[in-house]
Design a protein around this ligand. Structure first.
Ligand code: ATP
Ligand code: MG
Length: 281
């Protein structure tokens, strides 16, 4: 049981003047339990790729296998199919907070389970469980989502997805627009979700986030996968600049200490200090 992509190709506006080839014959297999980042220049196809993994987009060619579920060009966007995928794969849109629309935070988080015909009391239980998981204070449950801070709104949007207990979580630029506290809270939450068994695939331009959280990286360019490897191997590539990637400062800094510390263990400044101390420097 895994996510497997075979020869995935996506062309927007096929056979028109504005035809754009966004994904070009991509094949890869994600680990059974993953925390993976997709990185690459703007327009390289990251969002297009991510949207194929929960049926938001359908391949023009090739296939997406989600455990026992297969999406090909013949896939029908029936309500039954869509619900089955959405239960398995949660998708947090970029600036997801703009999609909160109910009168209260609790109602918003209950929306997905209710949509799955889960009975009201059970939907409420699932919603409260998810709100606790994202660490939103109980005093906010009956507030309008419009009155929350940016970080709180994003966590509320995530709670709406987590209420269905998805096995896979896809996130498009989850930290963009958040302040430092909002970002740190989200990082903590994503790590907790991963440790609890959820597999996470996120698109980001934030390389500190990649180093801090992820195990593997998919490097994309012009609709192709250039590399799919562990974080350190990708960040060590000599040609990274060609793909618009600037390594995290802490990674550059660590490279000078490679003789003294195990660079593979350093995900942030705290790890760096710990490694130095451990090695008596
Ligand atoms: N809805 C659409 N209609 C037509 N073309 C699109 C559409 N969405 C994306 N494209 C094109 O497909 C290509 C890949 O776009 P995509 O949004 O997947 O890139 P991205 O890597 O997510 O970029 P960014 O980092 O800017 O979010 C680009 O050339 C883009 O212009
Ligand atoms: Mg994008």
């Amino acid at each position: 049981m895994a996510i497997i992509i075979n020869n995935l190709t996506h062309i927007y506006n096929k056979k028109t003047d504005i035809e754009t080839s966004a994904l070009n014959n991509i094949s890869l297999k994600l680990k059974d339990h993953f925390f993976t980042a997709i990185i690459g220049k703007t327009g390289s196809g990251k969002t297009t790729f991510l949207q194929h993994l929960n049926g938001l987009l359908i391949p023009n060619d090739g296939e997406v296998i989600l455990d026992d579920f297969k999406i090909t060009s013949n896939y029908k966007k029936s309500k039954k199919n869509i619900l089955e995928i959405r239960k398995k794969v949660g998708y947090l849109f970029q600036f997801s907070e703009n999609q909160l629309f109910e009168n209260t935070v609790l109602d918003d988080v209950m929306f997905a389970p209710l949509n799955f015909k889960i009975e009201k009391e059970e939907a409420k239980k699932l919603a409260i469980e998810a709100l606790k998981l994202v660490n939103l204070n109980e005093t906010l449950y009956e507030k309008s989502p419009l009155n929350l801070s940016g970080g709180e709104k994003r966590r509320a949007a995530l709670a709406g997805i987590l209420a269905l207990k998805p096995k896979y979580l896809l996130l498009d630029e989850p930290t963009s627009g958040l302040d430092v506290t909002g970002k740190n809270d989200l990082i903590k939450l994503l790590k907790k979700l991963y440790e609890s068994g959820v597999s996470i695939l996120l698109v980001t331009h934030d390389m500190d986030l990649v180093l801090n959280c992820c195990n593997d990286v998919i490097l994309m360019d012009k609709g192709k996968v250039i590399d799919f490897n562990d974080v350190y191997s990708v960040f060590k590539r000599d040609d990274l600049e060609n793909y618009g990637i600037v390594r995290p400062k802490i990674f550059e800094f660590c490279k000078d200490f490679e003789k003294f510390i195990d660079i593979n263990k350093v995900k942030n400044i705290d790890d760096f200090i710990m490694e130095l101390k451990k090695n008596g420097k």
